[in-house]
Design a binder for this molecule. Sequence first.
Ligand code: NAD
Ligand code: ZN
Ligand code: ZN
Length: 394
Amino acid sequence: MQALTWQGRRDVRVQQVPDPVIQEPTDIVVEITSTGLCGSDLHLYEVLAPFLEPGDVLGHEPMGRVREAGPEVTAVAEGDRVVIPFNVSCGTCHMCRAGLYSQCETTQVHKYGTGACLFGYTKLYGQMPGGQAELLRVPFGNTLPIKVPEEPPDDRFLFLSDVLPTAWQAVEYADVPEGGSLLVLGLGPIGEMCTRIAKLRGIDRVMAVDLVPERLERARLRGVHVFDLRGKETSRRDAILAMTDGRGPDSVIDAVGMEAHGAPAAKLAQQMAGLLPRDAAAKLMQRAGMDRLAALLFAIDIVRRGGTISLSGVYGGMTDPLPMLTLFDKQIQLRMGQANVRRWVEDIMPLLADGDPLGVDGFATHHLPLGQAPEAYAMFQEKKDGAIKIVFNP
Ligand SMILES: NC(=O)c1ccc[n+]([C@@H]2O[C@H](COP(=O)([O-])OP(=O)(O)OC[C@H]3O[C@@H](n4cnc5c(N)ncnc54)[C@H](O)[C@@H]3O)[C@@H](O)[C@H]2O)c1
Ligand SMILES: [Zn+2]
Ligand SMILES: [Zn+2]
């Protein structure tokens, strides 16, 4: 089959690789019809390179049709249309039963002390072949795939694999009080979907910060008060305080993560790690503070006293310097983690069946054949050609 493989920093290629096969009696193999490109893939493209091997197949936002099912699979059958969550979660262990699918005890990666395996996401998360490919092997065929209706076209359901549950969890964790305010940092697919979900859930005062004009504009058109990061920080800060009775937002979602704009020293450290041999860089990253913290530090500064910060942006440093005095003194509540995809599917599904109030049908800005994935990664990283969400159709 054809698959998008990682080869090195900013070097991904579509190659011929062996077809996946059923390995366990509960596996299925899915023929992929649509598969998303995510901000998390950009971390692999650049910063997390030490944890990848050339040839690793990337991608964790796939959907398609069941092509083959193992002998013990009863929940889905050949030909069924399915979306695959990005967590590789068993659905039956203690953590899964508690709704903490990203901490699945059956697939935790003990070698690195990390949580559940993820499709297409480094050795830290099990080095499972990903879904930017023509075919994908999916374990736990009775509990993991999300079976979806035959109509309408893929984009209605595709974002159940990651964007929708990630944004849903971010808003849930943000815990905005009745009549309260929410600030979303970052208007990539995750941040923007957070603003849509927040509005739909009745949060009136939704503000957001980004620095890409078309991303700001898209959110503004849906009633979000947007602030341009390229403007003066003091005036942005003053404007947000003015909108929140001088106290700051009740809740802040960080949908930016480890590669935030405006953190030059950490950017240099990330680049220097990139020059080290892979093993040395991996060791350094597992011990050092490697994240660009501009967005998180702004969240800590601007959230009101006693407010909540919800992190969906991915961080990876082990000793990041954080202002503990401020965190403690302001009594900030901090909630975070990889999305527990399966946990939120039942909440989200009615919004996809009943019209399209979140506007998922028009959410993707680009649909491309898998063969154009290398150009698409570069375009998405450089935020060119209005690329906000790219979907490949293998
Ligand atoms: N927790 C999870 O389960 C989960 C799932 C998916 C994605 N993510 C993470 O969420 C984050 C966003 O993903 P995405 O697909 O939307 O990616 P993205 O890269 O398109 O979005 C990031 C946005 O942040 C903006 N930005 C950069 N620095 C900023 C700053 N200092 N202040 C405000 N905005 C800033 C960028 O312009 C960009 O629009 C990534 O870190 C990704 O890894 C987490
Ligand atoms: Zn993703
Ligand atoms: Zn489990």
